[in-house]
Design a binder for this molecule. Structure first.
Ligand code: FE2
Ligand code: FE2
Length: 235
């Protein structure tokens, strides 16, 4: 299966059919399109409606997750509803299967890596912060566990590894993802690739601790690398 992936679309309310042509091009090269969060710039209904119109014109299945920007206006449920109505599958609690390939995804959250990982200790708000990423990792694990496919792709907005953040300032790595998100990925043999966005200045390829390939598909990373804002993977 040929899988196209793009993150960080950041659709704005002044945009006019911003992804229509690109989605048409992608449909000629791929069987499935994955959208890795920050679909809208501020999580406004109008922005979601503009993207929804472009998704309607896409002839291959579109699946994906929300990003932090899609939460900014406080109505991520509405954004989901508008995008779902356009035919997009929002991966969150539930995994999805297409032609024998599984797809499971969550937005993820921040939390850091290695020595930079925040521990759930002390004040309730510090524990709640860590709990948020643990909740996202649990959701991903539960979704992956339901899959009976031999191959699957994990879809995230935040990064599960620090490798794909190279290029970003080291001081902000802990806000760009969390190693807790890599644990469920490494637990399941069927996960063959991971895609994420969020790190606009990061690096395309990385690996989980057990060696699974991770791709940062933020469009700003891909454009200078491939001359096109999306990645193409064989799964
Ligand atoms: Fe973004
Ligand atoms: Fe983001």
């Amino acid at each position: 299966m040929r899988v196209a992936a793009i993150g960080d679309l950041h659709v704005q309310e002044t945009d006019e059919a911003p992804y229509r042509e690109l989605f048409t091009e992608i449909a000629q090269h791929a069987d499935v399109l994955l959208l890795c969060g920050d679909l809208t710039n501020f999580g406004k209904e109008k922005e979601a409606e503009i993207l929804a119109d472009d998704i309607k014109s896409c002839s291959i299945p579109v699946l994906g997750v929300l990003g932090n920007h899609d939460f900014e206006c406080g109505c991520p449920e509405k954004v989901c509803e508008i995008l779902s109505a356009s035919g997009m599958t929002i991966l969150d609690e539930q995994a999805h299967e297409i032609d024998g390939v599984g797809f499971a995804g969550v937005k993820g959250f921040m939390g850091g890596y290695g020595r930079g990982e925040l521990a759930p200790f002390g004040e309730p708000i510090a524990k709640a912060f860590v709990d948020e990423v643990m909740k996202e990792a649990r959701k991903l694990e539960n979704a992956l566990r339901t899959l009976r496919t031999e191959r699957s792709v994990a879809v995230l907005h935040y990064s599960p590894v620090p490798d794909t953040l190279e290029g970003e300032p080291a001081e902000i790595f802990q806000y760009l993802g969390a190693q807790r998100l890599a644990e469920p990925i490494d637990r399941f043999e069927h996960v063959k690739a991971v895609v994420h966005g969020h790190a606009h200045h990061g690096t395309y390829e990385g690996r989980t601790p057990l060696g699974k390939p991770v791709y940062n598909v933020a469009q700003f990373v891909l454009k200078p690398l491939f001359g096109r804002p999306y990645a193409l993977l064989e799964v």
